[in-house]
Structures are given as structure tokens and as C-alpha cells.
Design a protein around this ligand. Structure first.
Ligand SMILES: NC(=O)c1ccc[n+]([C@@H]2O[C@H](COP(=O)([O-])OP(=O)(O)OC[C@H]3O[C@@H](n4cnc5c(N)ncnc54)[C@H](O)[C@@H]3O)[C@@H](O)[C@H]2O)c1
Length: 432
């Protein structure tokens, strides 16, 4: 199969490397596209060095010409979130299948265009929800599918981003709501997708509140960072800022971003305390599901630790999962833990809590990425997927609908009826 990739930033490397190297015996990169010539050349150079192939490169403004000349079977979209729709729609209209990074898109107008183009073309859209493939999370699906806790009535779900990972969403395009949809779309698309999949259901009513509490100019003052620059590179207070990202000392980041700035002015290290940030860093969502279950969800982006806690309440008992993730080291003051701490506990009514041995994996995102890549690029050699982890435009849509509805709820202060919101945009979606 021949794949064209549009968007040659950090994330495309996972797909490129898998196609060109791991599954190179049956797949090939047909072409690469981006708006930034430096990043394009860097990526093509990697393919040449690692797969001994000259890959044609195109400016993304020549996307249609690329498709016509290179005839890829599938287009992989790894551009910033607010641009996914452009390439998904163009690729479908050109009769190509699509694999897109999450979130599938950021708002309902763009969602409608994608759903219409998919229906009219009959081609496939795959949304790469790698979190479903994390062995420990697949195991939760396995336990829930077994009916161990009976009917699931409610879910408490909290996700904490630490001050290394969390801060990174406040440095570049993610920090603008019109480019990422905010963290409830950009990041929580993973989490709401997990809930939809775990429950086998879809949300009906959403209430949310959120605020920007930490990544603010006021916080910079409190931290003694007055006089900071617009970016870390050359910032007068960088030496005493625990949030600085040093593009000069990280070889990969330097090559991908600092050395590419001249082409498009994309700054990877903007100050996280700037006054033009339009997303929230503290969010709480309550959702009701078609199954009758309800959800309480919290996302915080400046936590002292990174990880998640989820508790499923059922008619027969409770399932509780906690994952303390190993991530970056904040300000050099915290030791790196050597291993993630993951626990899963099943507590049935009338019995004692039972610790469940957690399924493990190796590779990025808790062992998720290698399993997902196997199902995408080498399906014939994988076990039939009894957990239904593959996701198309329908699951892609439901995963962003909670966040999009939450954005509406935060803006209006009202509870959002998801069906009414879909009707406003003339979108009809099957419910899971
Ligand atoms: N599933 C995951 O775990 C995961 C992890 C990281 C990123 N992602 C997703 O991958 C996508 C890319 O993220 P990233 O971190 O690589 O971002 P990035 O900014 O590093 O890379 C984006 C690339 O797209 C290019 N670009 C920008 N605008 C464009 C346009 N209009 N047309 C064509 N190219 C354009 C940029 O020049 C850059 O090379 C995002 O949608 C993100 O949500 C997913």
C-alpha cells in the first residue's frame, strides 16, 4: 500500500517510521507534504537514510497535485487539529482512504464537512485512538465486558497533566481555542473516546465549567518571572523559570522546530504565561449517557504528578484503575520515577477488594502505539480484535462531541442537549 503523509511535525514520525521501516516489506511512503520546507526535507532525509528511498515532497498548497501525481492509497493526516478537515475532505473527494490523528476535528462545521465527504465518497476514515490499545486500558474493557460489576451506573474519571507535559499545551497552536478546540477537545478526545468505548454508549447531555487558573500573566508575577520574553529562546528570565523549554539543548527539537523557524515563524517555545492564551487549564464536565450511566470528569494541566484515576460504579460492585505515569522532570527538582505505577482493583459488593494483575506492554503511550500500528499496518497477522478498538469517523465524531458540547456549556452556562446541538448543524450520527 502507498501512503502519503501531510504534516511532517513530531507526530508523523510514528507513522512514517512504521511504514518505511517496521512494515516496509509491504508498505511504502508515496509522498510527504507540509507547509514548512525544512521539516519536509528533514523527514525525506530520514526516509532516505533509514529506508534507502527518495520520497517526493510537496508543499501542502500542492496537496491535490501530490495526490494526482503520486496516487497514494491512503492519506495520513498529522497536521494541527484545526486543519485536519481540509486534508480529510480533499483526500476523500480524491477517492483516497484516510487515517487521521485525533481529534478528528475541532468544531461542528468542520465535522459536518468530514461526515458528508465520507458518506459521498464511500472511502474509509480511521481515527487513531491509541489509548484504547494501552494494554491496561484494554483490560478494563475486558473486565467491563465480562459483566463483573453488573450494569455500569456511573463513572468518576480524573486526568492530571503535570507541569512538564501540561505546560507543553500552552506553548504553541494548542493554546488557541480556534486551533485545538481547547483541551476538552484536543486532549480529552482520548478520554471521552475511552469512556464511550468502555461504556459502549454515547453522551446525551453535557454540563461543564472551566477556567484558566495557572498559565496566566498573574502567575508569572507570583513566580517572580516579571519581564519574561515572548518565548524561552533568549528569554531574560529563562535561567530562573522552571517552565522553560530549551530548544538549543534538545537536538531533536532544535532540528524540527528551531532550525525551521525561518520558513514559517512557527515558535515551539512561546511563554506559557502569555496573555493571548484562549484555552482553559482547569476543567470539569458532567455527562449523561444513552445507556443511563453518568460521568464526572476532571482535567487539570498543572498537576504535581501525571496520570489518571477512573472508577466505574456498577450494580454488583466497583472497578478502580489508577495510573501514575512517568513523564518529564519538572524544573529539575523531581527525581524521575523508573517505572509507571498502575493498579486495578475490583471490589464486588459483599467481598473484599481484589487487586488485579495489570496487563503490560512496551512502547510509546503505555505500550499502545505498537499494538495499534500492528492493527493498522499488519492486520492479517494480528488476532481478531474482540475489543472493537478500530475507530472510524463515527467514533471520531462522538469522541469530540463531549468536548464541543462542553465548550458550548462553558460559554453559555447551560446544560447542552447533544442531539439538539447536532440538529443545529444538520448532522445525523448513529449512537453506539
Ligand atoms: N495520538 C497521540 O497520542 C498524539 C500525540 C501527539 C500529537 N497528536 C496529534 O498529531 C497532530 C500533529 O501534532 P504534532 O505534535 O506533530 O504537531 P507539530 O506542530 O509538531 O506538527 C504539525 C506539522 O504540520 C505542519 N502544518 C501546519 N499547518 C499546516 C497546514 N495548514 N497544512 C499542512 N501542514 C501544516 C507544520 O509545519 C508541522 O510540520 C495533532 O493533531 C495532534 O493532536 C496525537
Amino acid at each position: 500500500m502507498r501512503y502519503a503523509i501531510v504534516g511532517t511535525g513530531a507526530r508523523h514520525q510514528m507513522f512514517r517510521n512504521a511504514i518505511a521501516r517496521n512494515f516496509g516489506n509491504r508498505h511504502e511512503i508515496a509522498a510527504l507534504a507540509d507547509l514548512n520546507p525544512h521539516r519536509l526535507a528533514l523527514s525525506a532525509g530520514w526516509v532516505k537514510d533509514n529506508a534507502s528511498r527518495e520520497v517526493p515532497t510537496y508543499l501542502a498548497t500542492d496537496f491535490d497535485r501530490m495526490i494526482a501525481e503520486q496516487q497514494p492509497d491512503t492519506v495520513i493526516v498529522t497536521t494541527p487539529d484545526f486543519t485536519h478537515n481540509e486534508y480529510i475532505v480533499a483526500a476523500l473527494k480524491a477517492g483516497r482512504d484516510v487515517i487521521t490523528e485525533k481529534p478528528m476535528t475541532t468544531d461542528l462545521k468542520r465535522l459536518k464537512a468530514i461526515l458528508d465527504a465520507q458518506r459521498e465518497s464511500g472511502k474509509s476514515v480511521t481515527v487513531t485512538f491509541n489509548y484504547r490499545y494501552t494494554p491496561a486500558r484494554t483490560q478494563l474493557k475486558d473486565i467491563l465486558m465480562s459483566g463483573a460489576i453488573g450494569e455500569i451506573t456511573a463513572v468518576d474519571f480524573r486526568w492530571y497533566l503535570d507541569r512538564v507535559h501540561g505546560a507543553d499545551y500552552f506553548r504553541r497552536w494548542h493554546r488557541y481555542k480556534d486551533r485545538s478546540g481547547g483541551l476538552l477537545v484536543h486532549k480529552s478526545t482520548h478520554h471521552f473516546d475511552l469512556v464511550n468505548w468502555w461504556l459502549g454508549s454515547t453522551p446525551t447531555r453535557i454540563n461543564a465549567n472551566g477556567k484558566l487558573a495557572f498559565y496566566t500573566p498573574e502567575m508569572a508575577k507570583k513566580l517572580g518571572l516579571e519581564g519574561h520574553g515572548v518565548r524561552c529562546h533568549g528569554c531574560p528570565v529563562a535561567e530562573r523559570c522552571d517552565f522553560r523549554l530549551d530548544l538549543d539543548t534538545d537536538e531533536a527539537l532544535k532540528a524540527l522546530y528551531l532550525d525551521a523557524e525561518e520558513d514559517d515563524g512557527y515558535l515551539r517555545d512561546k511563554c506559557v504565561f502569555a496573555d493571548d492564551i484562549t484555552i482553559e487549564d482547569t476543567m470539569q464536565v458532567q455527562a449523561e449517557y444513552a445507556s443511563g450511566a453518568s460521568l464526572n470528569y476532571t482535567l487539570v494541566a498543572y498537576s504535581p504528578w501525571e496520570g489518571l484515576e477512573v472508577k466505574f460504579h456498577g450494580t454488583k460492585g466497583e472497578l478502580t484503575h489508577r495510573h501514575v505515569e512517568v513523564h518529564g522532570v519538572f524544573g529539575g527538582k523531581r527525581d524521575h520515577a523508573h517505572k509507571d505505577g498502575i493498579t486495578t482493583e475490583l471490589h464486588l459488593a459483599g467481598g473484599l477488594p481484589q487487586s488485579i494483575p495489570v496487563w503490560e506492554g512496551t512502547g510509546d503511550h503505555g505500550g499502545a502505539d505498537p499494538v495499534m500500528l500492528g492493527y493498522i499496518f499488519d492486520k492479517e497477522n494480528m488476532e481478531p480484535d474482540r475489543y472493537g478498538r478500530a475507530s472510524n469517523q463515527v467514533q471520531g465524531a462522538w469522541s469530540i462531541l463531549t468536548g464541543i458540547s462542553a465548550n458550548r456549556s462553558m460559554a453559555t452556562g447551560e446544560v447542552v442537549d447533544v442531539d439538539a446541538l447536532l440538529a443545529e448543524y444538520d448532522i445525523s450520527l448513529p449512537r453506539g
